[in-house]
Design a protein around this ligand. Structure first.
Ligand code: ADP
Ligand code: TRP
Length: 322
């Protein structure tokens, strides 16, 4: 049996890049026989950058609702908010006392921001320790993450090994599952889709706003009559990721034939997004209109999470002489 764990920060509502690149692959893994999965909303991590409480609350609900809407079976697995199990803060402290300063100053998450040290808070600096505690608190075997998180997983393994060398084999050494084959989903401007670039497609938006995002996809200025190259077009790149083969062939044919405008292609993409994710959009909206239900789901998840972490943390405390 393998225990799978992953987290998503509540720094926004999951976009198509998060969904195709991280959430759907993780849910697929959770459905494999013999796996039990713990997925959580990393709302404590979001505090390193996001200070507005109302936004965090809304994003946390949105991320919870997205996991449920995308089909994560939270009844037979665990879905919870990181901040609901504060044992993670305790383990973070213990681990931080074994984490060398140079290891943290070498973390990309810190280095990316380190030109302007006055903008770096201690939480951002110790971000990898909190992430290690997220994982080591639950005896996790496999952590599916994007390539950008690989270094954090290596640090987690290092911290666990250091601890085990000194106190015995207490902590389970996790393995990263880096999905090399998961494509980088392009955003509306052709760069990697990312909240920080403002180029996202948010399938959970209402139809009017989603349409606005889709219509904003950047295209070249080939005139309507002329044939167009599907393989260099941002609209087609996104369409390929969500449409079926018949649709993809038809759009390729239309591009190559000429007299087919990008505006038309965008409307076809919008239609596929709306129909492909119709059920997910409905569930998402129902849940966002009934946050009491999301609170119940998160509370149940936190109880199950604590049932796993309590004895693990107790062993750590005993080992440390507390
Ligand atoms: P963002 O770049 O929008 O801030 P995050 O860093 O919060 O996204 O990413 C959350 C998860 O989604 C990570 O596992 C990351 O690898 C994945 N992810 C984010 N953007 C993309 C993308 N454009 N393509 C594929 N996966 C992505
Ligand atoms: N740092 C991860 C990200 O930004 C989110 C995260 C926090 C996480 N804790 C985790 C991922 C534990 C996997 C396991 O994507």
């Amino acid at each position: 049996m393998a225990r799978i764990l992953t987290g998503i920060q509540s720094s926004g509502i999951p976009h198509l890049g998060n969904i195709l690149g991280a959430m759907q692959p993780a849910i697929a893994l959770s459905k494999q026989a013999g796996n039990d999965s713990i997925f959580f909303i990393a709302d404590l991590h979001s505090l390193t950058t996001l200070k507005d409480a109302a936004t965090r609350k809304q994003n946390t609900y949105g991320t919870l609702a997205a996991w449920v809407a995308l089909g994560f079976d939270y009844h037979n697995n665990i879905l919870f908010k990181q901040s609901d199990n504060t044992q993670v803060a305790e383990l973070t402290w213990y681990l931080s006392c074994f984490t060398p300063f140079p290891m943290l100053s070498n973390a990309n998450s810190f280095k990316d921001k380190s030109e302007n040290l006055s903008d770096v808070n201690a939480g951002l600096f110790t971000y990898p320790v909190l992430m290690a505690a997220d994982i080591l608190l639950y005896d996790v075997n496999i952590v599916p993450v994007g390539k950008d998180q690989q270094q954090h997983l290596e640090m987690t393994r290092d911290m666990a090994r250091t601890f085990n060398n000194k106190y015995g084999e207490l902590l389970v050494i996790p393995e990263a599952k880096i999905s090399e084959d998961v494509m980088t989903i392009p955003g509306t401007d052709g760069r990697k889709m990312s909240k920080s670039y403002g180029n996202t497609i948010n399938i959970f938006l209402n139809e009017k706003e989603l349409k606005k995002q889709v219509m904003s996809i950047v295209t070249d200025d080939t005139p309507l009559e002329l044939p167009k190259n599907p393989d260099t077009c941002n609209v087609f790149s996104l369409y390929k990721l969500v449409a079926d083969q018949v649709g993809i062939n038809a759009m390729r044919h239309n591009y190559l034939g000429g007299n087919y405008g990008y505006g038309h292609a965008k409307l076809v993409l919008l239609e596929v997004l709306l129909s492909k994710y119709a059920n997910e959009r409905k569930t998402f909206n129902d849940l966002m209109n009934n946050t009491a239900q999301l609170d119940t789901i998160a509370l149940l998840g936190a109880q199950k999470a604590k049932a796993i972490s309590t004895p693990i943390l107790a062993k750590v405390r005993t080992a440390l002489g507390f």
